[in-house]
Design a protein around this ligand. Structure first.
Ligand SMILES: [Zn+2]
Length: 90
C-alpha cells in the first residue's frame, strides 16, 4: 500500500513527489498568480479564459506568475455564469 497525497488547491492526487511538483505549477495555487485565482480572469468554465486586463493568454491555457495578477474570484460568463448567477439570486 502506498499513501496518496492531494494538492492543497485542487483535486490533483498522486505520490508525495508528484503532488509537490504539481503544487508548484498548480493553476489554483494563488501563490502562482494564475488566471484561475485572479479577478481579471473571465472564463466560461470550459474554454480557458480571457483577461480583462488585456494580458494575452495562449488558447486553452492559463497564465502563471502574471504581472497584472490580483487575487480574487474569476468572472464566470456564458452558460455556466448564467447558472451560477441564477443560484445566487435564489
Ligand atoms: Zn493542484
Amino acid at each position: 500500500m502506498k499513501p496518496i497525497y492531494r494538492c492543497d488547491y485542487c483535486d490533483y492526487m498522486g505520490t508525495e513527489n508528484e503532488v509537490m511538483a504539481h503544487e508548484k505549477t498548480c493553476v489554483k495555487n494563488f501563490n502562482n498568480k494564475g488566471c484561475l485565482t485572479c479577478v481579471f480572469c473571465k472564463t466560461d468554465g470550459m474554454h480557458g479564459c480571457e483577461c480583462s486586463k488585456g494580458q494575452s493568454i495562449p488558447e486553452g491555457k492559463q497564465l502563471l506568475y502574471c504581472d497584472a495578477y490580483e487575487n480574487g474570484e474569476p468572472e464566470v460568463v456564458g452558460f455556466l455564469g448564467m447558472i451560477l448567477n441564477m443560484n445566487k439570486t435564489k
